[in-house]
Design a protein around this ligand. Structure first.
Ligand code: 3HC
Length: 319
C-alpha cells in the first residue's frame, strides 16, 4: 500500500470514529455531512424500499374506490390513497438527498433489486379488506414509523414526523370500517372476521424477520437508523391490537395467543417464515400483478415527466 493510500485509510477511520461518536451522542446527520459509504447505502436501501411500499400500497386500495359503499367512504378512501402517494414522494425526496436519482430507484424496483413491503402482495377481496388494511397494515406501519421519527438521518426523520400524523388517521378509518361491520348483519361480521384472518399474519411479517435473522440489524443500531428491533416493534403492535380486536368482537386467528402476566405481553404463535420469504422474493399472490401495473403506468406517464422537465428548463432559461 502506498503512503497516500495509507493516509487516506487512516483519515477514513478517523472520520468514521467521529461520525459514530456524533450519532451515538444523538446528533442528526444531514445531507452535506460526511458519512460512511455503508451508512449511505443502508439508508438508500431502506428509504427507497419504504417509498416503493407507499406507492405500491396504493394499488390494493385503489381497486376499491369505485366500489366504496357510500360517498363518505369513497371520499375518505380517496384522501387516504392520495396521502400514501404523498408519503412516497416525501420518501423519494429524502432518498435523493443521498445521491440516488428517482429514475435509478424506479429502475431498481422494476428489476426486482429493490424490495417493497411483503404486505402489498396480497389481494383486497372485499370491502372489509379496506378496513383491515387501514387498521392492521397502517397500524403496523405506525408502530414502526413512530420509532423511525428518531432515526439518525435528518431528512428521513422529518419525513416520518409528517407521515405518522397521517397514518394515525388511516389507522382510525380502518378501525371504524371494521367496527361498523361488526355491528352489522351476520354476513358483514363474517366478512370482517375473514379479512382479519387473512391480514393478521402478513401484518405481523411487516416488521421483518426475527432479530436473530435480521442481517441489517447490527449496522442499523450502530448508526441509530433503527431505535427498536423488529421483534420489539412486532410485540408492541400485537399488545395494542389484540385489545382493539376484543373491543369490537373480532377473534385474532392465533390459537397460541395468550396473555403472559409475568412478561406483561401477549405470547403468540410462530409466523410462517417460508411464506414471508416467498412473498418478498417475488412469489406472493400478487407480486407480478403489482409490478406489471407499476411498469405500465410508469411508461404511460412518460409524457408528463418529459413535459414537466421541458417546462422547468424553459423557466430556468428565462431567469
Ligand atoms: N417486506 C419486504 N421485505 C422485508 C420486510 C418486509 N416486511 N422485512 C424485511 N424485509 C427484507 C429487508 O429489506 C432485507 O432485505 P434486503 O437486504 O434485500 O433489503 C431482509 O428482509 C432482511 O431484513 P432486516 O430485518 O435485516 O432489514 P431491515 O433492518 O431493513 O428491517 C424493516 C426491515 C423493519 C422493514 C426496515 O427496513 C424498516 O423499518 N423500513 C422502513 C419502514 C417500511 O419500509 N415500511 C413499509 C411498510 S408499508 C407502509 O409504510 C405504507 C403504509 O401506507 C401502510
Amino acid at each position: 500500500m502506498g503512503a497516500i493510500q495509507e493516509l487516506e485509510l487512516q483519515l477514513n477511520e478517523l472520520l468514521e470514529k467521529k461520525f459514530e461518536e456524533r450519532v451515538q451522542g444523538g446528533d442528526a446527520v444531514e445531507p452535506r455531512d460526511w458519512m460512511p459509504e455503508n451508512y449511505r447505502k443502508h439508508l438508500v436501501r431502506q428509504i427507497s424500499q419504504h417509498a416503493h411500499s407507499e406507492v405500491i400500497g396504493m394499488q390494493p386500495e385503489g381497486n376499491w374506490i369505485t366500489r366504496a359503499p357510500s360517498l363518505r367512504a369513497k371520499q375518505i378512501l380517496l384522501a387516504k390513497i392520495q396521502d400514501e402517494g404523498g408519503h412516497g414522494l416525501y420518501l423519494y425526496s429524502a432518498a435523493e438527498t443521498l445521491g440516488i436519482s428517482r429514475d435509478e430507484m424506479i429502475a431498481q424496483l422494476h428489476s426486482g433489486k429493490a424490495k417493497y413491503s411483503n404486505i402489498f402482495n396480497y389481494p383486497a377481496l372485499t370491502w372489509a379488506d379496506i378496513g383491515a388494511i387501514g387498521w392492521l397494515v397502517d397500524g403496523a406501519a405506525i408502530v414502526n414509523q413512530v420509532s423511525l421519527q428518531r432515526t439518525s438521518y435528518g431528512p428521513y426523520s422529518r419525513a416520518m414526523v409528517r407521515i405518522c400524523k397521517e397514518e394515525s388517521f388511516h389507522q382510525r378509518q380502518g378501525y371504524e370500517i371494521m367496527a361498523q361491520m361488526m355491528k352489522g348483519t351476520a354476513d358483514q361480521k363474517e366478512m370482517a372476521q375473514d379479512a382479519m384472518n387473512r391480514w393478521w399474519w402478513p401484518a405481523l411479517m411487516m416488521f421483518g424477520p426475527h432479530d436473530t435473522e435480521s442481517p441489517h440489524a447490527g449496522d442499523a443500531f450502530r448508526w441509530k437508523i433503527k431505535r427498536h428491533t423488529n421483534d420489539e416493534l412486532r410485540q408492541k403492535f400485537i399488545d395494542k391490537t389484540v385489545q382493539q380486536a376484543e373491543v369490537i368482537g373480532l377473534t385474532v386467528p392465533d390459537p397460541d395467543l395468550k396473555w403472559n402476566e409475568a412478561a406483561g405481553h401477549y405470547d403468540h404463535g410462530e409466523i410462517n417464515w417460508e411464506e414471508f420469504r416467498n412473498v418478498i422474493n417475488g412469489d406472493g399472490p400478487c407480486n407480478k400483478q403489482r409490478l406489471d401495473h407499476h411498469k405500465k403506468v410508469h411508461a404511460e406517464g412518460e409524457w408528463v415527466r418529459v413535459a414537466a422537465a421541458a417546462y422547468h428548463a424553459k423557466k430556468a432559461n428565462k431567469n
